[in-house]
Write a protein that binds this ligand. Structure first.
Ligand SMILES: [Fe+2]
Ligand SMILES: [Fe+2]
Length: 471
């Protein structure tokens, strides 16, 4: 393991200095990345931001805090430490030494997996670029920018793999990652949820809760990969991802907490007039973000994913903790399906049902958030509860893409769905209302009225710390 060298243009622990060709290739990609950041990254002008920068993967090194101008953020390349004895944990190569190079027969598939993951990273920066202008506090503004710079670093992580292991095609793909743009008509981002806008902070908190969490699960499967550099990259990315989860979880906590306070204080559910977000609107945003995030898991069954697993490219969530043979040739799984046109389940081979397996882990994790938010309501003495909608609700991918269903899972005729969907998904009126609350609070120690202050600041700093200096 080399110690990262900050004299270098690209901080890294991959020994870039010893590989001049790779170093030159990445140094020529770097200005393109920076011009992408300037044209597609955060729009609010700032002087500097209290950011966490990774300068090493070990000890305290991965979390160095200080005020830095965002454009000078040290986007680097960091892989978790190598375990020289690491073996493939699953699939037909189970027990073999982990791969340090890309096997020719899996080159195209591995490249594709890395490109798809890589595409989501800059996409979310693009989706969130205008949020700074309406931040509810400097604390929140700082968290937004932290998420943004780290998604930028995750792009670097994937681009490093493309440059280092996939030759000319990899370099071309790395360029394309900067040319596709979220929501673009000509060259959109690859996955649907990453072309939706994040127009307000309730959406941002829901996005970091539900959509970043999908990212956590996808990274979890790639961390199991037999291709060791990919595994080590994802392991370190997951460490950073925990902060993004925290932003989402506590963000929604604080919205629910504030709404609950006003509901109790004013003794009404109809709190829009008090400048906070009514619970039914929070539920609609939750319904939307959860259902589009479920789409990111792909179809309930997939032969591609079965092949990835058997080949050792992509494992299961916490593969090594599973108590089975890690090959799954004879196992089966129940998956959601339309059976005779009805919402139901069917049994398939465990290998083809791996997307369902991952999605199940994800859903269990999402339930944790809902329970937490409901505890806040309960502690406030309110009878209302939030919930996760049924998996068939509002789906564009998978078994239920062709039907409409209510959040409780009853199948609906198209005209009834059209008539009622405004009860379950944010309407233009809801969105306009939420946006109307998004007045910026850029003053130290102050916070917008629609959200409660956080319980803790960042890195032990108080809430009224000068987290961001505006330009
Ligand atoms: Fe990321
Ligand atoms: Fe993230």
């Amino acid at each position: 393991m080399t110690i990262p060298d900050y004299a270098e243009k690209i901080p890294n622990n991959v020994g870039l200095r010893e590989d001049r060709r790779l170093q030159r290739a990445l140094e020529s990609w770097q200005p393109n990345f920076l011009s992408w950041w300037e044209s597609m990254g955060p729009t609010l002008p700032t002087r500097d931001v209290y950011l966490r920068t990774a300068i090493d993967v070990r000890g305290e090194g991965w979390a160095q805090f200080g005020h830095v101008p965002m454009i000078d953020y040290r986007w680097g390349i960091f892989l978790a430490d190598r375990n020289p004895d690491r073996r493939v944990a699953f699939g037909q190569h189970k027990g073999e030494a982990a791969w340090q190079q890309v096997p020719g027969e899996y080159r195209a598939e591995l490249q594709r997996l890395i490109v798809i993951q890589g595409d989501t990273e800059p996409a979310s920066v693009e989706q969130q670029r205008n949020l700074g202008a309406t931040a509810p506090s400097l604390y929140d503004l700082r968290n937004l920018f932290q998420v943004n710079v780290e998604e930028g670093r995750h792009l670097w992580a994937m681009v490093y793999l493309l440059h280092a292991y996939f030759g000319r095609e990899g370099r071309e793909e790395a360029e394309e990652l900067l040319h596709r743009n979220s929501g673009s008509a000509d060259s959109p981002r690859i996955l649907g949820a990453f072309n939706e806008e994040t127009p307000d902070w309730l959406s941002f908190f829901m996005f970091t809760y539900f959509t970043d969490r999908d990212g956590k699960y996808q990274l979890g499967t790639l961390k199991e990969s037999a291709f060791d550099p990919l595994s080590r990259t994802c392991e370190f990315m997951l460490k950073e991802e925990a902060h993004h989860m925290m932003v989402g979880t506590t963000g929604v906590d604080r919205v629910v907490e504030r709404t609950a306070q006003v509901m109790v204080g004013s003794d009404t559910d109809d709190v829009a007039g008090y400048g906070v977000i009514p619970l039914p609107v929070i539920q609609k945003y939750l319904n939307f973000h959860y259902s589009v995030s479920l789409d990111l898991f792909g179809g309930e069954t997939s032969t591609n994913v079965a092949n990835y697993y058997t080949a050792g490219l992509k494992g299961r969530w916490l593969e090594e903790r599973r108590k089975d043979d890690h090959q799954l040739r004879d196992d089966s799984i129940m998956v959601d399906a339309l059976v005779d046109g009805d919402i139901s389940q069917t049994e398939v081979a465990a290998l083809t049902g791996l997307n369902t397996d991952l999605r199940r882990e994800y859903i269990a994790d999402c339930t944790g958030g809902v329970n937490r938010w409901n505890r806040i309501l309960q502690e406030a003495g309110l009878p209302q509860r939030l919930y996760l909608p049924h998996v068939a609700f509002n789906r564009k991918v998978g078994a239920f893409a062709g039907i409409e269903a209510s959040p409780t899972g009853e199948k609906l005729p198209a005209d009834e769905w059209e008539r009622r969907k405004g009860q379950w998904l944010p309407t233009d009126t809801d969105k306009t209302f939420v946006r109307s609350l998004m007045q910026p609070v850029h003053e130290r120690g102050k916070i917008a009225a629609w959200v409660a202050p956080p319980r803790n600041g960042i890195n032990g700093q108080p809430f009224d710390y000068d987290y961001v200096h505006l330009a």
